[in-house]
Each structure stands twice: as structure tokens, then as C-alpha cells.
Design a protein around this ligand. Structure first.
Ligand code: DP6
Length: 354
């Protein structure tokens, strides 16, 4: 379907910032077109975000090749540009106009490069929000803009589907959660005790090196992992226990499930073929220190991990000055060059320009 000829030549600029998120129950294993093997839930972050501007010009007809100029942090980046053109072309069935647009996309992250922090969730959600806005200009308005943005984000990177909503988001069909879907994430702030919305996520950078296995390759390893099926079942069970803890403000169960989820994710990688150990010695050292500190101080602090060695330290805001001393004294010396990124639960994406 061609674009309405009346808007040929139209130009504009859409700009969004969109945050990263940290999963509490992990998505690890997928099938089909980026569909998750189990439901997951995350805190939306506030400070770690991507800022993406998308200049567009409507061309008179569809082009053979995608017309894309892409810059990351002001510089040409062929690897990222390829990833983005592939992604945009892959959603031509959803946005049939993509080859009739000249794109000039610029993106940057607020968190430093090469800290081992994955940026696909923030980057893909920011880009998808821009594409949804262009769709509304060149085609038709979207019935549920955010749902569509989450759907499109998911096709770029599964975890990106969750970055669309403030505070907490849940992605993946769960038999006991009626509105849940494999296609897009849903907002999940309403049934959550206020204390969780004050949570901090301090990311202690144990190693700045690139991940030894990409998420995409990691998900694929689950296909031949002998424990995969029981993992998917336990993830869905953990989710229900966690939702109950979130609702009632049960910090003890929250801690239990969040740490179990992080360690199970790593255990899956250890028993994949090939096997990967994604923790570093200092990751384990910090985990032991966090548990010992929690026991002796009764401060409800816990950790989670992504598919890498960095520790995400999670705790309610009211404990931040106490925990700061613990971080300075015990954890920071175990990071690479005293690297820490301070983040907390945030309010989701923001449209900056139109
Ligand atoms: C460990 O969303 O990065 O962070 O869908 O292949 O892009 P793709 O993978 P990605 O996987 C995230 C894995 C995780 C857990 C999570 O965020 O739920």
C-alpha cells in the first residue's frame, strides 16, 4: 500500500528518550518471532536511557533499498546501522511504508559506552516509539499507541517491550494473568506496593568487557538445554510468588525470588552446551558480602544480574544513606576502577520533540 500522495515531500523530526529496564523474573529462552518461553517482569529504570531522534522525509515511491543514515553518539557506526536497517526492514509487514521514507536517525545513550551494560532495551524501544509516531503521521493513528510501541520494540529486542511503561512492566502470556500477552508487555505498576516504586538499582561494574555471549545466542542455547522446560515452569511460578510479594510489600519473598531468578539464569548458562560462566570472581565475592550484610544489618538489600558479571544492587530508597556506606566500604573496591552507575525505578519513555 502506497503512502497518500498528498504527503509526499513531507519532512519532520521525532525524538524520544526511552529507558533501560532490569528484569526481576528473567526472560531467557524464546521461539518463533521473538516470543518468550516464559513471562517476565522488570523495573523500568530512570537514568540509563537512549535518546533517539528520527528525521524523516516522505519519498514519492518505494525504494529498492532502505534509505537510512544512522549515527551513534554523533559518529557513523556501520555495525549499528546494519542492525537498525535490518530491523526496520523486518517490520515492513507492520509498517508497509518503511521503504518510502528517507530516515536520518541519531541515537545516544546516557550511560557510558563499554560498561557491559546492554543497551538493546533502551535503544530498540526509543527507535520503536519514533517509528510508531511516524506511522501516525504517514499512515493512520494507532488505537493503542503504547501497546503497538511495545509490540514493535519486542521485535527489535524482547526485553525492549518492557521499557515502554513506567515503574514495572510484565511481558509474556501467563495462564493466571488475564491481560498478559506474548506479543507485547503490559504496564504493571497498579498492583504494586509503593515501597517498590522507590527502589534504587545501583549497578556495580565488575567488568567493562563485552559480554562473552550475546543475549540472542544465549536464548538459542536454551533450545538444547536439558533443564529448559523445568526452568520455564519455575519462572512462571516465581512470577506468581513475586507478584504477590509486590502487592503485599513482602520484602522477604521479593528478595528470595529476585536472587533466585538471577542465579537460575546463570545456572542455565553454566549447564548449556557450550557452557558459559558469566560471573567473575568478584561477582561472587559481592554476592556473599551482600548476603552477609543483609543478615547482620537487616537492611532489605538484594542483588540481581543480567547475562553478565555486573551486580545490580536493589533496595528501597529509605535505606540509601546506610547502603551508601556499605557500597563505599565493601563493594566499590571490587568493581573495575570504582565504577558504579546509580539508577532507580523510573517513569518510562518521554517524547521530546515532534
Ligand atoms: C538476561 O532482550 O537482550 O536481560 O530478545 O534476543 O534481544 P533479545 O534478548 P534480550 O534478552 C534479555 C535477557 C536478560 C533477561 C531479561 O531482561 O528479562
Amino acid at each position: 500500500m502506497a503512502i497518500n500522495p498528498a504527503i509526499v515531500g513531507k519532512t519532520g523530526n521525532i525524538k524520544f528518550e526511552s529507558p533501560s529496564n532490569i528484569a526481576l523474573v528473567k526472560y531467557w529462552g524464546k521461539y518463533g518471532r521473538q516470543l518468550p518461553k516464559n513471562a517476565s517482569i522488570s523495573f523500568t529504570l530512570q537514568n540509563a536511557k537512549s535518546i533517539t531522534s528520527c528525521k524523516y522525509e516522505v519519498l514519492s515511491k518505494k525504494q529498492e533499498e532502505i534509505q537510512l543514515d544512522f549515527r551513534f553518539e554523533g559518529k557513523q557506526n556501520d555495525a549499528f546501522a546494519n542492525k537498525i536497517s535490518k530491523f526496520i526492514l523486518s517490520i515492513e509487514d507492520i509498517f508497509p511504508w518503511v521503504r518510502q521514507i528517507k530516515f536520518d536517525i541519531q541515537s545516544e545513550n546516557t550511560f557510558p559506552h563499554s560498561t557491559g551494560i546492554a543497551s538493546s532495551a533502551s535503544a530498540m524501544s526509543a527507535l520503536s516509539l519514533c517509528l510508531c509516531s511516524i506511522h501516525e503521521i504517514v499512515d493512520s493513528s494507532l488505537k493503542d499507541y503504547y501497546q503497538k510501541a511495545s509490540f514493535v520494540s519486542r521485535l527489535g529486542s524482547g526485553s525492549a517491550s518492557r521499557s515502554i511503561y513506567p515503574e514495572l512492566a510484565l511481558w509474556g502470556k501467563h495462564p493466571e494473568i488475564k491481560t498478559s500477552s506474548n506479543d507485547y508487555a503490559i504496564p504493571y505498576g497498579d498492583e504494586v506496593a509503593e515501597i517498590f516504586k522507590t527502589y534504587h538499582d545501583d549497578i556495580l561494574i565488575v567488568s567493562k568487557s563485552e559480554k562473552s555471549v550475546s543475549s540472542t545466542a544465549g536464548h538459542a542455547l536454551m533450545d538444547s538445554n536439558p533443564y529448559a522446560e523445568s526452568r520455564y515452569k519455575s519462572a512462571n511460578k516465581n512470577l506468581l510468588t513475586l507478584l504477590q510479594a509486590l502487592k503485599t510489600g513482602d520484602l522477604g519473598n521479593f528478595i528470595k525470588i529476585v536472587e533466585r531468578e538471577a542465579l537460575t539464569l546463570h545456572a542455565q548458562m553454566m549447564c548449556s552446551d557450550p557452557s558459559y560462566i558469566l560471573m567473575e570472581p568478584n561477582t561472587l565475592h559481592m554476592i556473599n558480602l551482600i548476603r552477609a550484610y543483609r543478615k547482620e544489618s537487616s537492611v532489605p538489600v538484594c542483588f540481581t544480574l543480567d547475562a553478565g558479571p555486573n551486580i545490580h544492587l536493589l533496595y528501597p530508597s529509605e535505606y540509601s544513606s546506610k547502603i551508601e556506606i556499605f557500597i563505599q566500604d565493601q563493594l566499590l573496591p571490587l568493581t573495575e576502577n570504582n565504577s558504579i552507575i546509580k539508577d532507580k525505578v523510573g517513569q518510562g519513555p518521554l517524547k521530546i520533540e515532534d
